[in-house]
Design a binder for this molecule. Structure first.
Ligand SMILES: [Zn+2]
Length: 255
């Protein structure tokens, strides 16, 4: 039986996600922005919370953990490098380790840059990846605790996931990201198509998530820092990809 993924909005522009294994009833919350919204999602689906998979320590991803842990006695899995800054951690994980949710198996990918210990969870058989605030649809996280080379390496690691992988990120930032991306690549046909789609989804009040890695490869300027067009757009034709990436990120910071 394939896994079920339930996406829901919480806080201002965060996404909560539940990953459910119908084979044995296990359910993981990817991060826990706020307990109330996670509880409501669990009630809606009639699922029982067994695990919380934390991507990074920021409060808008972890504030709900204590209350959920107390109520459900769920297991809290967190990045080894940030466990001290995350409440109620039971298990810490690092690059290449596996996490099981019922019969579902996720692989841990270290994707630092937004925070120093940020991790992503890739469920290969389910063709889904939970990337927190490292990669957004048509964007990427701010470099709060990492340099451009560190983030570029994280993004290229994610870019190597199979194209059909569905990408679940931590925030609904897609419309603003598309707006910026069009300033870098105004003639990118895939980006323009995505822009139209995002306008339709947003005006219907629907999420733009999940995206796919195939779509991100074609539309996301941060994943395309090693293409001539993006380098040229930031006045760095022929420069190393990491330098182009840094320039695109800096430009977005001021956008
Ligand atoms: Zn964050």
């Amino acid at each position: 039986m394939p896994a079920e993924v339930h996406l829901f909005k919480c806080l201002k522009d965060n996404y909560g996600v539940l990953l459910h294994d119908p084979a044995n009833g296990a359910t993981a919350s990817i991060d826990a922005p706020e307990a109330g919204a996670v509880e409501e999602a669990l009630r809606t689906k009639n699922w029982r919370l067994t695990d919380i998979l934390v991507t990074h320590h920021h409060a808008d991803h972890t504030a709900g953990i204590p209350e959920l842990k107390e109520k459900h006695s769920c297991r809290v899995v967190a990045p080894r490098g940030e466990a001290q800054r995350i409440p109620a951690v039971d298990v810490t994980v690092r690059e290449g380790e596996f996490v099981t949710i019922g019969t579902l198996v996720g692989r841990v990918l270290e994707t630092p840059g937004h925070t120093a210990g940020h991790i992503s969870y890739w469920f290969k058989s389910e063709e889904v990846a939970f990337v927190g605030d490292t990669l957004f649809s048509v964007g990427c996280g701010r470099l709060l605790e990492g340099s451009a080379p560190v983030m570029w390496e994280s993004l290229t690691k994610l870019r190597n996931l199979p194209p059909e992988t569905e990408i679940y990120c931590g925030h609904e930032y897609t419309a603003a990201n598309v707006h910026f991306a069009l300033t870098i690549a105004p003639h990118n046909a895939a980006l323009r198509a995505r822009a139209d789609e995002v306008v339709k989804l947003c005006s219907a009040g629907r999420p733009t998530i999940p995206s796919t890695m195939a779509s991100e490869r074609l539309t996301n300027p941060f994943l395309r820092a090693d293409t001539p067009g993006v380098a040229q757009a930031v006045g760095l034709a022929g420069a190393p990809a990491v330098q182009v990436f840094a320039a695109v990120r800096a430009r977005k910071d001021k956008f």
